[in-house]
Design a protein around this ligand. Structure first.
Ligand SMILES: Nc1ncnc2c1ncn2[C@@H]1O[C@H](COP(=O)(O)OP(=O)(O)OP(=O)(O)O)[C@@H](O)[C@H]1O
Ligand SMILES: [Mg+2]
Length: 389
């Protein structure tokens, strides 16, 4: 990897050479110095090398004269600043860049700032401006920091949300433990009730921690080896594990699965997709409802559908439910043990398998999630159906 700081320094030195070389006239692009320096034949090797390095750099380099007019810009800078090849404009369209340069000239020191620019599009540029020794201009190295800052913000928000989500179950555990210690001597019935709730709360906490760990392992791109997985068998296993939960809520759990549908993937991640979608279907379907799973193959894609007759998802929430911690009805979802991470995990895992997940829902009628994954082989024709009342 190239060290951007080192490259920056080299660039500044070389740009300075190029600048001094061409300062008698306004350079139209690096490599076209319009005047020769006085005294002796010029050493062509330095400027032409400087040009090549400047042009190959991913950082933008802009040289401004003492009036902060641009006199040189490499290819990366032209792209970042939306400048056409050929003559440079008298003034840069982004006032913020000469602004940083001006402060560097004034203080005679290197100044580094992140500035927001709106042309040619909204981006954040990290500008590092260094004045030339004789005060005749300033060299600015530009880096596009937009993506870095966005990732940083997502991380900060995630940590803030995760801490917030962890705080309430921990506070709940503490309150319940205190209530038990107060009731244990003369109200053993209440103490037992609190102890049951303590177990429930700690289960919720451990589910949240498992979700957070799953999410962080999915965010590590090297996670999980890839192998041939029978999605039909895996779905059958996951459904069997959830039959108890469905039975408790008197929900009919129906399946229509072919004997084999294979996909290339990671077993744990695929299991997580099926489990989270079926868990949601059971969780958000009132007693007496139905959850149906169908698996098939369509144009060499494995298509898994999970349909319920539950409460449905409002239209404006449908595009947000895959965000971390998003819940349609926070209080109600939390009552049902939800933290809003399940679908974020599903989306992540589906993306890592090169698939898609979509939702179709009508309030009060039900919801259907469809997962499409590239299939490697398929056999169809048989279905098994099981019901739990
Ligand atoms: N089948 C469904 N029917 C109705 N609403 C649903 C369904 N699936 C998801 N939702 C809504 O989408 C939200 C996000 O779902 P998600 O699975 O990400 O979180 P959760 O179920 O609340 O918590 P958990 O992290 O335990 O899965 C839910 O809170 C719920 O409001
Ligand atoms: Mg969920």
């Amino acid at each position: 990897m190239t060290d951007p700081v080192l490259l920056g320094i080299v660039a500044i030195a070389l740009a300075a050479a190029a600048f001094l070389w061409g300062r008698a006239g306004r350079a139209t692009a690096p490599g076209k110095p319009s005047a020769k320096p006085a005294g002796g034949p010029p050493d062509r090797a330095i400027p032409s090398r400087a040009d090549e390095i400047l042009e190959r750099m991913t950082e933008g380099v802009v040289v401004l004269d003492e009036s902060l007019h641009p006199v040189l810009a490499n290819g990366a800078a032209r792209k970042m600043l939306g400048l056409h090849t050929g003559r440079l404009p008298l003034k840069l369209p982004q006032e913020e860049i000469p602004g940083v340069g001006g402060r560097a000239l004034l203080t005679e020191k290197t100044v580094e700032e992140d500035v927001a620019v709106w042309y040619p599009e909204h981006r954040t540029l990290r500008v590092r401006s260094t004045p030339l020794k004789d005060g005749s201009g300033v060299i600015s190295v530009l880096q596009d920091a937009t993506e870095e800052l966005r990732v940083q913000q997502v991380r900060t928000e995630f940590v803030a949300n995760a801490s917030h989500e962890l705080k309430s179950p921990v506070a709940g555990l503490r309150a319940l433990a205190e209530a038990i210690s107060e009731a244990i001597d003369d109200d053993s019935e209440s103490a037992t009730r609190f102890a049951h709730r303590l177990v429930e709360e700690s289960e919720r906490l451990s589910r949240l921690i498992v979700d957070l760990l799953d999410l962080s392992s999915l965010e590590n791109p090297s996670s999980g080896p890839r192998s041939e997985i029978d999605l039909a068998a895996l779905t059958r296993r996951e459904v069997e594990d959830l039959r108890g939960e469905a039975a408790e809520k008197v929900i009919r759990l129906r399946t229509d699965l072919p004997p084999v549908v294979t996909v290339q993937g990671d077993e744990a991640q695929l299991g997580l997709i099926v489990r989270n979608l079926v868990e949601n279907a059971i969780r958000y379907t009132p007693e007496g409802g139905q959850v149906e799973l169908r698996l098939g193959v369509d144009e060499s894609q494995a298509v898994l559908e999970i349909e319920d007759t539950g409460i449905g998802i409002p239209l404006d929430s449908q595009k947000r439910i895959f965000e971390r911690f998003y819940r349609v009805d926070k209080a109600r979802s939390r009552d049902r043990g939800g933290t809003g991470l399940g679908l974020a995990l599903v989306k992540h895992a589906v993306d890592l398998h090169g698939g898609t997940v979509s939702v179709n829902s009508e309030l009060g009628t039900g919801t259907r999630f469809v997962v499409r994954l590239p299939a490697t082989s398929a056999a169809s024709g048989y279905s098994d159906e099981a019901e739990v009342h």
